[in-house]
Design a protein around this ligand. Sequence first.
Ligand SMILES: [Zn+2]
Length: 369
Amino acid sequence: MATMLAARLHEVGTAFSIDRVEKPTPRPTDVVVRVKACGIIPNMKNVMSHWKEWYPYLPLPPFPAIFGLDAAGEVTEVGARVRDIVVGDRVYVNPGIGCGACSACRTGEFTNCDAYTFLGYFGFGEGSSTVFDEYPYAGFAQYMTAPVSSLVKLPPAVSYEEAARFGYLGTAYSGLLKSGARAGKSVLISGATGTLGVGAVVLALAMGCTQLFCIARNRSLLERLQSIDPRRIRILSVGDRPIADWVKEHTGGLGVDIFLDAIGPGAPAAVTLDGLASLRRGGRMVDIGQISEPLPIDMNRLMCSQNSVIGSLWFSLAEGQDMAAMCAAGTLDLSVFEHERFPLEKINDALSAVDQRRGGFTNVVVVHE
Ligand SMILES: [Zn+2]
């Protein structure tokens, strides 16, 4: 029996243990990926420690479970029915998997599937248990299986460490697409120096947005953010002055076209409400963040000014492939990220490193030699 190393969680509230498990083989429409890098998302520790109290309605994989959401690596085996993907291909595995058969999946809207599931993380519905049974492998292991329909082919321009960031980048990209972001548009980004926020900033720049209003707390991180493109990026530390006043001052009194809320957990509702008040008439707010307080929204004001509030979850395979193409073309620049690499055996140290990270510029990854 061929085996491999995997970091598994045996119980919520404990650390990962490094176990030797059976190496997977592909079913006809699957591939086996030799994982080279897997991102550690800031929320991973919450999943490990508090999940059952915080989100009892979102199912975890059966324990002992292999976690690891954002994996990138090299294809080492392909199933009998796999076309176009060959051994040696460099890929990112989009861990968002639908059932493939329901009405949402059949129209290509996997994120709206009742069984939508993040491999190596958690599911969104009862149907997720079937997905976890079919795909029990994830990025904190040497190998994983993945359906061929989940693979983003990576050009040489994207390193495995950069690809391990695609989950957060894709979340920002999909949100920006839903917001109507494009050349000439102005965007307000909250939580701009965070893990979602920094990605949102580089993507909004890549998409041609001409004015970026970035809000966060940490001034030195904000200054570093502005240095990416001082002509297009303005920064404000939350609390220095009302956000809407600042935005309107620089938009001829109109407000922004787009408000992308990428705020982290624990932030007060006031920041999001102030962001909403910064929209121009007809402007759109897209939420990709983790605001935990309910928002009192004045629907009459929203109606009169024709503002939209949109929730956006993750991203599609096509959007992932867009980002790979943008990197290949040089329009999307991921060089702002600093990678902190940990071998699989040091995964518990890597989780601690996530807590010590310097904002969203740090990319903590588990790498496999
Ligand atoms: Zn489905």
